[in-house]
Structure formats: C-alpha cells, structure tokens
Design a protein around this ligand. Sequence first.
Ligand SMILES: C[S@@+](CC[C@H](N)C(=O)[O-])C[C@H]1O[C@@H](n2cnc3c(N)ncnc32)[C@H](O)[C@@H]1O
Length: 297
Amino acid sequence: MPKKAILAFIIALVGLAVAVWFFTRGPSSQDVNSSPYIEEAKPIEESQPVQKQREISIRNVTHESVRYWIKSSASDSKAMLMTIQIGDIDRFPGDGDMDISFQRDEETISYQLDSGMPYSFRYNENDELELYEGSHGREDAPDLAPFVPTPMAVVEKMLQMANIDKNDVLYDLGCGDGRIVITAAERYGIRGVGIDIDPQRIKEANAAAKMAGVENLVKFRLQDVMTVDFSEATVLALYLLEESNELLRPLFERYLRPGTYVVSHNYPIPGWEEKEIHFASLMAEDNEEHDIYLYRR
Ligand SMILES: C[S@@+](CC[C@H](N)C(=O)[O-])C[C@H]1O[C@@H](n2cnc3c(N)ncnc32)[C@H](O)[C@@H]1O
C-alpha cells in the first residue's frame, strides 16, 4: 500500500474514534452550566423529588416566626419546642401521627397531624394564626392552596361568567382533579390545560378526562404553576388562596394578553380591583356560599 494511503487510513481511524467518544460521553459540568436549556422548567417527574412517603412537613407561610410544640402521638415522650422561621419548612420523618400545639393569644390550639401529610401555618379569615393542610412539602415550589375541589354548580357558573366561545383555550392553575378543564371541554368543546403539583391529582384528572371522552381536548401537566408559560390561555380559572393570587399577579401580567378573562373562585386578585368586571355569589351543593370574581386583563 502506498504511504499516503496508510496515513489517510490512520487519520480516518483516529477521527472516527474521537467522534464516537464525543457522542457517547455524559455531559461534563461545564456543558451543563453553559447549556442554554438549564433555566427551562421541567415537569416534576423528570426533575424534582416529591414529598417522602410518610414524612410530616410544616411550612410557615405567615409573616412571623412561629413557636410550637410537637411530639409523636404514639409515645408519652415530652413535646419538643420548635421555632419555625418565615418561609421555612420543618420536616418530621417517620411513619406515625404527631400531636402539635401552638399559642394563639391566650389560647392553646392543639391538633393531631396525619403521617405523610404536608401542613402550613397561615392566617385565617380573621388574620389569626392557624394550621392548615397543605398540598405538598416541596422546598422549590410555593404551596398555593390545599386540594379542595370547586363544587360543580360553581364550576358551571364560573364557565358561564367567562363568556366562553369555541376558540377559547382555558387554563386552570392548580387544577386538582381537572373538573373545570373537563367541564369546559364537555360543555363548550374547547381545549384546556390543567396544571397541578400533586401527581395524584394529575392521575385523577387524566382518568376523569378519559371517562368524559374529552382526552383529545384536554392536557394535564404535573408542574409548579410558577414555572408555567400560560400565554396561550384566553380564559384562566383559579381556585387558589388570596396571597397565592397576589404572588401570581406578576405572571398574569407577563403572560395574559389584554382581553383575557380570569375567573377566580372565592378569592380575589389583590391589586386587580380596577380589572374586576363581574362578581357573583351562589349557594352550592355543599350548602356553602361561594363567591366568583371575574376579571378582564
Ligand atoms: C383549591 S385546589 C383547586 C382545584 C381545582 N382548580 C378546582 O377548582 O376544583 C388547589 C390546587 O392547587 C394545587 N397546587 C398548590 N400549589 C401548587 C403549585 N405550586 N403548583 C401547581 N399546583 C399547585 C394543589 O395541589 C391543589 O390541587
């Protein structure tokens, strides 16, 4: 073989080896840090751990540090005194229920906490300290509201108020079992997207969509609402706490196009008073009075 041909053959062989190494290696830390996609929000399944199975977590969503006493319900051990700072999450691994108490003015409030559940210190409607069930115990996402489904009579009224037409796309941020998105698809034949952080809710929503025969119109995504681009929405449905609506307001202003209807169950959007165009109140099947706020962005 001529010398030139042998040289060309060796160069080709080395080139092939380098190409194989390049395409089969894992990303180096430099690759990851310089990736243009590193900021992109990923669905939870791919990127973030969910709450450990039996852990009790307590989040402080108030504007003050909170002192409380906590002990295992099963033992006679002395309660531990804990102080939780604003925004922090305390975690109690283990698989038993726990007894908690805290001071509200002169009164001692006591509860039993269920194993595996998330809880949050929040203020009640009288601005007093209260402990509520939460929706998740993750550190990387706010707990916008526990799962409480909107009664069906309220769902119907919310959709009616939102002046839906067949070209609308409805988003429900914190969609729970998907009933608002699914009912909109059933009644008005429109597309809808529901976002929730709880995998159990997304499972229920997908199953319900299938049952209703609207799975071709709706999508449910397991994701933190704070990381969602919902600029496609022409109608936005909400059933989140008032402070969560306030937290989300900059995102409403970033993503929603002028003219978009926002319909919110029970809680107004602070700072959007001049955008409110309609309000209704109705008694639902749970024998409770429910408020509905309609805004136009
Ligand atoms: C009050 S429920 C409303 C359910 C549904 N929209 C309805 O009206 O029937 C609030 C929902 O928000 C979800 N949630 C709370 N924080 C969230 C977050 N950061 N991202 C996505 N969903 C969240 C909870 O899991 C819960 O299902």
